[in-house]
Design a binder for this molecule. Structure first.
Ligand code: TXA
Ligand code: MG
Length: 309
């Protein structure tokens, strides 16, 4: 465990260059990072998460130039969105170049790329000189970590280095936009809102249906779940463990901000805290239904969905 800084970034780049695995901070959630061009290192990341091989990884790059080397096509839409939102919580899905092995993309002919806003993550990529694959650093189907205190002890046993940069600023995973098809599609709402992307593109984003053959194989209906059972309610019952908008009644209630960005930044931390107290059920007061809450609602719906067989 090292505090983020230049020396720690050099150490992390050395670990990745040797085919190791490091937990790195991003502005969204902590990532479980490896050299995206090294199939053996990628296999370690899948094993550490217990993630099925059908779920592709996000490839992190330090610049638009490096992103262009990871893909075989760079449409105008990619140029517009990357100039506007990178570094930042926007992931673009594009046709894969041969630099990115099939192991990183779950055998898809597309790759998901983004430039993270964390300067230390970008410094690691720059020092490595290669793209870095990093899923969220949680066991498969678990809650993403937004602080190193959230990291799972079993997962940590399989990690060579952790770079601690304090709490993640945004707290929800990046927005994933598919630019590989005819029309752009929103695969996962996140840190950059649908409205911001539509305004940059000058047109609407499609939303692929939730059921049927998944375009984004990682988008299982159940995901982002705490160990406790999660229940959406209109009003928190007094003393019941949960997240509400009013003043807490009892020690197991957490007051959440009535602002979608601040709520997103606090959500996983609040769920991790209640989980670590060992509660069996968590009630969550339903936030407003307006479009700014799309990413929060996406995570809440997945967290309450029943487990898939
Ligand atoms: O904010 C984030 O995106 C964090 C930080 C660490 O960067 N990463 C993250 O990675 O959330 P992960 O692996 O937990 O989620 C990746 C998402 C999944 O839903 C996956 O299906 C989708 O991106 N994805 C990756 N490659 C894809 C591809 N080629 N086509 C469609 N979806 C893809
Ligand atoms: Mg994840």
């Amino acid at each position: 465990m090292l505090k983020a800084g230049e020396e720690a970034a050099q150490e992390a780049a050395r670990v990745l260059a040797e085919g190791g695995v490091a937990v790195l901070p991003t502005e969204t959630v902590y990532g479980l990072a490896c050299d995206a061009t090294n199939p053996a290192a990628i296999a370690k990341v899948y094993a550490a998460k217990g993630r099925p091989g059908t779920n592709p990884l996000i490839v992190h790059v330090d610049s638009i130039e490096m992103a262009m080397r990871c893909v075989s096509e760079w449409p105008l839409r990619a140029q517009v969105l990357s100039e506007r939102f990178w570094p930042g919580p926007l992931t673009l899905v594009l046709p894969r170049s041969s630099w990115i092995p099939l192991e990183a993309t779950a055998k898809l002919d597309t790759v998901a790329v983004r430039v993270p806003a964390s300067r230390w993550f970008r410094e690691v990529i720059r020092l490595l000189g290669r793209p870095v694959a990093a899923p969220s650093a949680n066991p498969y189907m678990g809650l993403s970590p937004t602080r190193v205190e959230h990291l799972d002890p079993e997962l940590l046993k399989l990690v060579d280095l952790v770079l601690d940069d304090g709490p993640s600023r945004l707290g929800l995973e990046s927005t994933v936009v598919d630019l590989s098809g005819e029309s752009p599609a929103l695969l996962r709402p996140g840190g950059i809102s649908r409205a911001e992307i539509e305004s940059a593109l000058g047109g609407p984003l499609n939303t692929p249906p939730n059921e049927g053959p998944a375009r984004s194989p990682g988008l299982h209906r159940r995901h982002y779940s705490p160990k406790a059972r999660l229940e959406l309610v209109d009003r928190l019952a007094p003393e019941r463990p949960g997240l509400g908008f009013g003043p807490p009644v009892g020690d197991l209630q957490i007051e959440m901000p009535l602002d979608p960005e601040a709520y997103g930044a606090a959500l996983y931390d609040a769920l991790h805290r209640l989980d670590q107290l060992g509660v069996s059920a968590i009630e969550v007061e339903a936030p407003p239904e307006s479009p700014e809450w799309e990413a929060v609602w996406d995570r809440l719906r997945r967290a309450v969905a029943p487990a898939e067989p």
